[in-house]
Design a binder for this molecule. Structure first.
Ligand code: NAD
Length: 435
């Protein structure tokens, strides 16, 4: 099938590449000329495990190409995916200007039947808006489908190739059939393609992300309470998670959720509720608790040092989660801003996110070549992201390099007793602290 994907970020590039992998001819369109140039030279512009292999293979096979010309993409594709940003607007709602702006252009440019597939995360009713904007100028038939994306950064390729489910929101049989044909190779193991109306599909995505953000946040509150009463959140987590109604996943406490999706999606649903005179009380609490959770280790660091001014803190992990270079809304940013404000200096390390953090913080931070290099002469280590390489470090090396053996762990990576017996001061989230 002939596909165009508009927007080649985490979602668009993975979508385009994976659709090429099953034999489709895909043209990816992006407004960012330097990004397109890079991709044409065979360079993957983001870090996403396994993407490079598929990217290279499909370019070589002439199934995947890149352009800045929307016209070219529209001429090529029978199915047009919109994988455009829907960032948080000033009032918390989803900014639809990218989606509607491109839709307007689509309306002016298409000459024969196309299926326009919205993969961006958008509020209920956006399909109708996209349809109306295209219809203003279109001289041919077209259908608009809502096809929210559930991939996780860090596992995006696997998630796309083997999705747990695919949601297709469509009221057109013709478009639904095309979508089912396109996605059939990805659900051979029997996972469902769930067809529903456009509005329900749009809301499914917001509901899923808001539920996951709520689950994390609930556990963070339990962790904070554990600290007050001397309970251990790790034990509570295992005790709870073995109940199949609850499940083991997404119960790990820490310094809050971040990323390009949860924060903006929870806020967008809250705002969309307000517009209908509906107050999402749970979401209000989730947003509030998560914002505080991001810097929950700051007062603990303050308490420990008395005065953070002049202290050097090593930071491990800057990305909003492991296996990505994405730093959007990362808790590390809130922690580092807080520490800088208090006069601390920071020596930082992340396996993939250093260039993005450097663009944001510039000379305010010192960038280490390795996780151990970051520790040299630091007063403490702060862990913000649970990259695997941080999980079993050489504790003797950490002790040798730090001025004194102090770890503030925002991701509960280590066993409290192990660190205690090694002589560390180890302060984490919701567990019995050692001082
Ligand atoms: P992104 O910011 O990584 O990428 C967006 C791309 O669109 C950029 O390359 C940008 O240059 C391009 N672009 C902007 N305006 C354009 C235009 N007029 N024409 C062509 N290209 C244009 O975004 P993303 O993370 O891929 O997210 C895209 C959408 O998917 C958002 O709605 C997001 O909420 C949703 N989503 C994201 C994820 C995720 O994990 N990142 C998961 C599911 C859904």
């Amino acid at each position: 099938m002939k596909i165009a994907v508009i927007g080649t970020g985490y979602v668009g590039l993975v979508t385009g590449t994976c659709l090429a992998e099953t034999g489709n001819e895909v043209v990816c369109v992006d407004i960012d000329a330097s990004k397109v140039e890079k991709m044409r030279q065979g360079i993957v512009p983001i870090y996403e495990p396994h993407l490079d292999l598929l990217f290279e293979r499909n370019i070589k096979a002439n199934r995947l190409s890149f352009t800045t010309s929307l016209e070219e993409g529209l001429e090529h594709g029978d199915i047009i995916f919109l994988a455009l940003p829907t960032p948080e607007d000033e009032d918390g709602s989803a900014d639809l200007s990218y989606v509607l702006g491109v839709s307007e252009e689509i309306g002016k440019k298409i000459k024969q039947y196309k299926v326009i597939v919205d993969k961006s995360t958008v509020p209920v009713g956006t399909s109708e808006k996209v349809h109306a904007v295209i219809a203003e100028n279109a001289i041919c038939e077209f259908d608009v489908v809502s096809n929210p994306e559930f991939l996780r950064e860090g596992f995006a390729v696997d998630d796309f190739l083997k999705p747990e489910r695919i949601v297709v929101g469509s009221s057109s049989d013709r478009a639904t059939e095309l979508m089912q044909k396109l996605y059939r190779p990805f659900v051979r193991s029997g996972n469902p393609i769930i067809v529903m109306d456009e509005k329900s599909a749009e809301l499914t995505k917001y509901a899923a992300n808001s539920f996951l953000a709520t689950k994390i946040t609930f556990m963070n509150e339990i962790a904070n309470y554990c600290e007050k009463v001397g309970a251990d959140v790790d034990k509570v987590r295992v005790g709870m998670g073995t109940d199949s109604r609850i499940g083991k996943r997404f119960l790990f406490p820490g310094i809050g959720y971040g990323g390009s999706c949860f924060p903006k999606d929870v806020k967008a649903l809250q705002k969309a509720g307000k517009e209908e005179d509906y107050d999402f009380k749970i979401l209000n609490a989730v947003i509030d608790v998560n914002q505080k959770q991001k810097t929950i280790l700051l007062p603990k660091m303050d308490d420990y040092f008395g005065d953070l001014s002049g202290k050097k803190i090593a930071v491990w992990g800057l990305a909003f989660k492991p296996e990505t270079d994405d730093i959007r809304e990362a808790p590390s940013i809130d922690m580092m801003n807080g520490l800088l404000e208090k006069g601390a200096s920071l020596s930082v390390f992340d396996p993939e996110a250093m260039p993005n953090i450097k663009r944001k913080f510039g000379e305010k931070l010192s960038y280490a070549d390795s996780m151990y290099a970051a520790l040299k002469d630091a007063d403490a280590l702060l862990i913000c992201t649970e990259w695997s390489i941080f999980r079993t470090p050489d504790l003797n090396k950490i002790k040798d390099l730090l001025k004194s053996p102090v770890i503030f762990d925002g991701r509960n990576l280590y066993n409290v007793n192990d660190l205690q017996s090694e002589g560390f001061t180890y302060i984490s989230i919701g567990r019995n602290e050692i001082r």
